[in-house]
Design a protein. Structure first.
Length: 203
C-alpha cells in the first residue's frame, strides 16, 4: 500500500531510493516532497540537526507562538550540535529510537527500533529517508519516504489496515508543518545574509 502527498508523482513512487533495502517488502509506504527556496547545500544542515532533543521538528512561527515556544524547535543552525553519526541511536517521539543507517551528503536514512516489540523484515519497524535534491542554484526539493514493515501478527495486520488513513493524518500534518517551518527558516537565513526578497519565491 503506497500513499503520496505534496509534490510527488508516479515516477517518484517508482524510484528506488536510499534506504529502500531496510524494509524490503513494506506493508505501507508514504512519500512526501516539497520545493524549498534555497539550494541543497543550505537545506542539508537543517536536516542534520532535526529531531527530538536536537533541533526539533521546525514548527512554523505561528505554531510556536500558539504553543508558547514548546516543543523545542530551533530557528538557526547550531554549530555546536554534533551531526548524526552512522550507527548512533537518537530519540524518537514514539516509544522507540531511531538508528542512523546512512548519512551521506543530502541523504539521511533512519531505522526505527522499538525495545521488546517483535520486529520483521530485517529488524526495523520502519525506514525513514530524508533526501535533498538540487533543482537549481536557488531551489531544492526535500523528499521523504517512510516504509513500514508488516506487523508479524495477522490479527494486528487485519485490525490496523482500515485505520491506516486515519493514523496517517497526524503524520501528514506534522510533515506539512516541517515543510512550512523549513521554508520560513531558509528564507530568514537568506534575509540575514542580505540576499533580498527575491529568494522568497517558490516554484
Amino acid at each position: 500500500m503506497a500513499r503520496r502527498s505534496g509534490d510527488v508523482g508516479d515516477a517518484d513512487l517508482a524510484r528506488t531510493l536510499p534506504g529502500d533495502s531496510v524494509v524490503q517488502v513494506p506493508w505501507h509506504v508514504v512519500d512526501r516532497a516539497a520545493v524549498l527556496p534555497a539550494p541543497a547545500a543550505e537545506v542539508w544542515p537543517w536536516l542534520l540537526q532535526v529531531g527530538k532533543g536536537r533541533g526539533g521538528w521546525y514548527a512554523p512561527r505561528w505554531l510556536q507562538t500558539l504553543l508558547g515556544g514548546h516543543p523545542r524547535s530551533l530557528r538557526t543552525i547550531d554549530p555546536q550540535m554534533p551531526p548524526p553519526r552512522l550507527g548512533a541511536m537518537l530519540a524518537d517521539w514514539g516509544p522507540g529510537s531511531l538508528e542512523v543507517l546512512q548519512v551521506e551528503e543530502n541523504q539521511l536514512v533512519y531505522g526505527s527500533v522499538i525495545p521488546d516489540r517483535p520486529r520483521s523484515d530485517g529488524g526495523y519497524h520502519f525506514s525513514w529517508l530524508f533526501l535533498v535534491e538540487p533543482l537549481d542554484d536557488r531551489t531544492s526539493r526535500l523528499y521523504t519516504r517512510l516504509r513500514f514493515a508488516e506487523p508479524q501478527r495477522r490479527a494486528v495486520r487485519t485490525a490496523l489496515r482500515p485505520l491506516v488513513p486515519i493514523a496517517a493524518l497526524p503524520d501528514y500534518i506534522t510533515f506539512e508543518w516541517l515543510f512550512a517551518g523549513l521554508r520560513e527558516r531558509v528564507r530568514e537565513a537568506a534575509a540575514t545574509r542580505g540576499l533580498g526578497p527575491d529568494m522568497d519565491r517558490e516554484t
